[in-house]
Design a protein. Sequence first.
Length: 290
Amino acid sequence: MAGAEPLVDAAASGAIGLDDGFPNGQLRIYGLIGDPVSQVRAPSPMTQRLRQAGLNAALVPLHVPAVVLPVAFGGLKLIRNLDGLVITVPHKIPMAELVDRSSERARLVSAINVARREADGSWSGDILDGVGFVRGLMDRGFDPKGQSAFVVGAGGAGSAVAVELVLAGASVRVFDVSATRAHALAQRLQQANYAIESAETADPSGAALVVNATPLGMRQDDPLPLDPTLLSPEMMVAEVVMKPPVTPFLQQAKARGCRIQLGEAVMLYQLDAQVAFFREGLLRKASAAH
């Protein structure tokens, strides 16, 4: 986690104004866009880390309906003190098409969850959900290397988790209610020589790690992502849904003796990676200005 020592110098960060009260007129804004955003938990801890990094900045939730995303992004780009975006459902996949360039990881996922304004005014994107997810697993003593994983969901979050798991050395099976989407993800990663295949049914048998990477669990009347009787005690069961903290799926997993990882790990363990991503953009701007 971020320490007290600033990660950027004043010239690069726009730290001038930190002693003038918070917030103030020199505030740099990072927006968190989603539809909805009432469930997000990142604004407070992310703002704390930005300030610990020496930035006069804050992360602000912005409810952007999916149908107006391209128009909204066009408007957001006109806000001169908006330096970047954190992106949540359902915008991760379409935003990858709206930025000017994406990281190799993001191209494999075909989605982004962070974007920043570069010195030339263009926008770059990356996907860090899987980074946070795997860091959380490692902190709990579960090393994905050489392990088998079953991921339910091949959307933005599921793709990010699957990509980071294969990058960490796991073999992955991915299931989605859209067989076409699961197959497309598997094919894309197979072409890059990663160990992944699509599954025809939501059966995690034989997996050491089982992941719900769908939105199922956010609402009280949601069905479970898979039949909990297929879970066994030796499995690690993980979520990407953050609210409620312990979803019905995780409750079922605990009842069957499984170790669990809360969905909040995806957010909490990637905050420093997000700050580093935004910091790199600020340093590039500072270098271009000199």
